[in-house]
Every structure is written in structure tokens, then in C-alpha cells.
Design a protein around this ligand. Structure first.
Ligand SMILES: C[S@@+](CC[C@H](N)C(=O)[O-])C[C@H]1O[C@@H](n2cnc3c(N)ncnc32)[C@H](O)[C@@H]1O
Length: 218
């Protein structure tokens, strides 16, 4: 059992502005734990979590892979960046956190460099306008407002993820049944040659959550 990261330094005041780890977060942790051996065999040098929120997931990855890897985290929400950094310190994993979106130049400089990419995106179907507003406010609403079919934000990242992945890289994505998972998988294969598997899925209240793992087709 890999211990769940210690989040005792975060308070309800932090969670007013930053996504509090929930079922989706914990399903991603379970998927990483299940894949722990496979992840270690990658000998990853660079990992990236997009939208790191509290920092719980990257800190967990740090306990699996140890201190030899570089852990990059990004989030549009500046409060989330601070929480991620603090969570890394609390759990003895140094997280290099950047307050940015994946449309920014930061990501474009990481071509073919990243061995493990994690994204638990804002996946809840909402009005497109609500998602756009949430993105520009850079606050906690940006954690869930996903626009049409919950895919407006995820789609933007899916268009660039192949450029970031190293040849042996793995990309883990959290998705909801309403996001149309077969369509995501087909599109990523046809457009970018990334094959995928469902690593785990679980019902949590009204949500049916999936963890998808993508890699280059050999
Ligand atoms: C569902 S929360 C997940 C947080 C954390 N990774 C977890 O699993 O608990 C989504 C996170 O993505 C961030 N986010 C939303 N849009 C983003 C974007 N365009 N670029 C980077 N981060 C984004 C949000 O601020 C939020 O912290």
C-alpha cells in the first residue's frame, strides 16, 4: 500500500479556492498504484501534472517514483499552485509548479520530453460560456466547468499531448462516461496514433468515472 499523501496542512479556507481531492482524485491514485511497477520500469526523468490542484496526485506519484524524477505541475489557479507546492513539501516530493495554461509557451518547450503525464481535467458538462468564464477567472470553478459534453478544456489538451509525450511516455486522463470515452479513444488513435486502455472505472454517486491510459502505438 502506498500511503495517501498527507494533506493536513490544507484547511477549509484553502478548499474555498482550490479543488479538494475527491473520488476522481482517489481513483487516479488507485490507477497509479495499480500501475506502480510499470511506472517504475519507465525510469521516468520528467513527469507533468496538468491542473495539479492540491498537489495530492503528483505527491503520490513522487512516492512511487522517488526523488530522481523532476515533477512539473501546472495550474491556471494561482492558489492551487501554492497548495501544490506546499503539499509536495509536506510529503517530501519537490514539485516544480508553474501558474499557466497548457496553451502557454511553457508546454511548447517540453516536446517529446515527458515520461508521465497526468490530467484530471474540468470534465463536468456545462454551458460553453460557463467554462470560458471559469477559465478566465482562474479560481475554483475552473476545476469542474468543462463546457460542451464536458470536453471543451480536455480537447484543447488532447490536441497537444502527443507532442509532449516522450517515446516511452504514458498519459493518464480522468474522464466521465458523458465525455464519450469510445470517441476520445478512437480520435486519439486515428489523429495521433495514441492507443489507450481503461485502467480503472468506478461509480461515485451520479458520476461514472474512468481512468484512461494512453501511449504511442509501437
Ligand atoms: C478536477 S481538478 C483536479 C485537481 C487535482 N489534480 C486532483 O486530481 O485533485 C482540475 C484542476 O485543473 C485546473 N485547470 C483547469 N483548467 C486548466 C487549464 N487550462 N490549464 C491548467 N490547469 C487547469 C483547475 O484549476 C483544477 O485545479
Amino acid at each position: 500500500m502506498i500511503p495517501t499523501p498527507n494533506l493536513s496542512h490544507l484547511t477549509s479556507a484553502d478548499y474555498d479556492s482550490v479543488y479538494e481531492p475527491a473520488e476522481d482524485t482517489y481513483l487516479l491514485l488507485d490507477a497509479l498504484e495499480q500501475d506502480a511497477e510499470h511506472l517504475r520500469e519507465l525510469h521516468a526523468t520528467v513527469c507533468l501534472e496538468v491542473g495539479s490542484g492540491s498537489g495530492c496526485v503528483s505527491s503520490f506519484l513522487g512516492s512511487i517514483l522517488g526523488s530522481t524524477a523532476l515533477y512539473l505541475c501546472t495550474d491556471i489557479n494561482p492558489h492551487a499552485c501554492i497548495c501544490s507546492f506546499r503539499t509536495g513539501l509536506q510529503n517530501k516530493t519537490f514539485l516544480d509548479v508553474v501558474n499557466t495554461t497548457f496553451a502557454g509557451p511553457f508546454h511548447h518547450r517540453l516536446k517529446n520530453a515527458i515520461d508521465v503525464i497526468l490530467f484530471n481535467p474540468p470534465y463536468v458538462p456545462t454551458d460553453r460560456e460557463e467554462a470560458l468564464n471559469a477559465q478566465s477567472k482562474r479560481y475554483v470553478e475552473g476545476s469542474w466547468a468543462g463546457g460542451k459534453d464536458g470536453m471543451d478544456i480536455t480537447d484543447r489538451f488532447l490536441d497537444v499531448v502527443k507532442e509532449l509525450l516522450s517515446p516511452r511516455g504514458l498519459f493518464y486522463l480522468v474522464a466521465l462516461k458523458q465525455n464519450d470515452i469510445p470517441n476520445i479513444q478512437r480520435r486519439m488513435q486515428d489523429k495521433f496514433g495514441l492507443s489507450s486502455q481503461t485502467v480503472l472505472h468506478r461509480r461515485a454517486g451520479s458520476e461514472h468515472l474512468f481512468i484512461l491510459r494512453f501511449q504511442r502505438t509501437s
